[in-house]
Design a protein around this ligand. Structure first.
Ligand SMILES: [Zn+2]
Length: 404
């Protein structure tokens, strides 16, 4: 069969090398179920394309020690973007998913998409230039933002930050501006993919609680991100925590986000006499993440009133963690996103406590709570990993040859 006739085989082998970091041909055959002859052939192709390199010899199992294979990090790159109203983080990762360069700047606020997307494209171009990365080696860009969205069409279906964004073909437009493929995805899902790609949790079945200006979630089951029917699921910020609660923008009532997300906590802080002045909170400030991070830092530093607010928010996120674990039997909950900030440890401890007391599965196995390996850039790094995963999944070698 011609090399182009076996993209799935190559993709499977490539993914095994990625997951193992370093692996011999013998182990590749054992783990993939492919014959040693097929593995030798596929590895030869991947070596010719410089997607993998030989990385010294492993331990001997009796005979000559086997040669190990690992990914060639410089073979290809991918761009990831977290787009928020008040925050735009751009990152470029190598083939292993490691961030080579990252820049965070204020968001484009209330700009309509026709103005905002060229600004994002310009920031991506600048980052690639500064990092000295050839455009020909960049596979594409991932754009992570809040939902709802039509991921396949590359269209956001939200009126945030302005009405012009609803139905705008953001992925197609950014792709035209960059001359690269662009994939749109939910920020929390992207963060979960990034966590899996970089092997942060060491578990194939985990949930991600993502907090930026709102709260989102992602679930990875057996190494595959859970997509549901349209990839608009696991929206934990919009599960009801108070059946008599007030209406939410999403159309539901009593949503978790309205009690626990940064915007809600800022509102609660404003109602504590003197706290707004003490923390320098301005009710007119639309930069939700920055204001929230200030409350989180005060809570972490021992301010009792800020601590009460953050602990309450954490308990509510603990409810979301318990719900997700009950639905999906998760081994781990990852906390990701720029809003946890200095209070990550408070959230981690409170959510862990809720899971230990309330998770249905608690007597069968522990459910750990850990901060994301990708820190506050988790969604941007995950969006880039999404591109690696998607573009390399098919491993269309002729395309890759052409790109050389
Ligand atoms: Zn809602």
């Amino acid at each position: 069969m011609s090399p182009a006739g076996r993209p799935r085989t190559r993709a499977a082998v490539f993914d095994l090398v990625r997951a193992a970091r370093r692996i011999s041909r013998v182990d590749l055959a054992a783990r993939s179920g492919l014959t040693p002859a097929t593995i030798t052939e596929v590895v030869r192709e991947l070596l010719e394309l410089e997607l993998v390199v030989e990385a010294g010899r492993g331990a001997s199992t009796g005979g000559k020690p086997p040669m190990l294979i690992e990914l060639n990090p410089e073979a290809r790159y991918a761009v990831g973007v977290l787009y928020e109203r008040n925050l735009c983080t751009v990152t470029v990762v190598d083939l292993t998913g490691r961030a080579m360069a990252t820049s965070s700047s204020p968001g484009t606020s209330l700009m309509p998409p026709e103005q905002a997307l060229p600004v994002v494209a310009e920031r991506i171009g600048r980052l690639l230039d500064e990092a000295g990365i050839e455009r020909g080696r960049v596979l594409g860009a991932g754009l992570a933002t809040y939902g709802p969205q039509d991921r396949r069409a590359g269209v956001v279906l939200t009126h945030q930050p302005t009405a012009d964004w609803f139905g705008h073909p953001v992925a197609g437009r950014l792709s035209e501006l960059l001359g690269l493929p662009v994939l749109l995805d939910n920020d929390a899902v992207a963060a979960a993919i990034g966590e899996h790609w970089l092997g942060g949790v060491g578990s194939g079945t985990f949930g991600c609680l993502y907090m930026a200006s709102g709260i989102g979630g992602g679930v990875v089951v057996d190494g595959e991100v859970y997509r549901g029917a349209s990839s608009n699921g696991v929206e934990v910020g919009h599960i009801t925590v108070d059946v008599d609660g007030g209406p939410c923008d999403c159309g539901n009532h009593g949503c978790l986000g309205n009690y626990a997300d940064p915007r809600a906590v800022i509102g609660q802080a404003m109602r504590v006499p003197g706290l707004d002045r003490r923390l320098g909170l301005d009710p007119a400030d639309s930069d939700v993440i920055t204001s929230f991070v200030r409350i989180a830092a005060a809570a972490s530093g021992g301010d009792p009133e800020a601590r009460t607010l953050i602990e309450r928010s954490a308990r509510l996120l603990g409810t979301a963690a318990v719900t997700l674990t009950t639905l999906f039997d998760l081994e781990c909950i990852v906390l990701a996103g720029p809003a946890f900030g200095a209070a990550t440890w408070i959230y981690q401890s409170v959510i862990q406590d809720e899971l230990q007391r309330r998770a249905f599965v608690r007597r069968v196995h522990p459910v750990r709570v850990v901060p994301s390996v990708n820190g506050s850039d988790a969604a941007a790094i995950g969006a880039a990993a999404l591109v690696l995963q998607s573009e390399l999944a098919s491993l269309q070698l002729q395309e890759l040859y052409r790109a050389r």
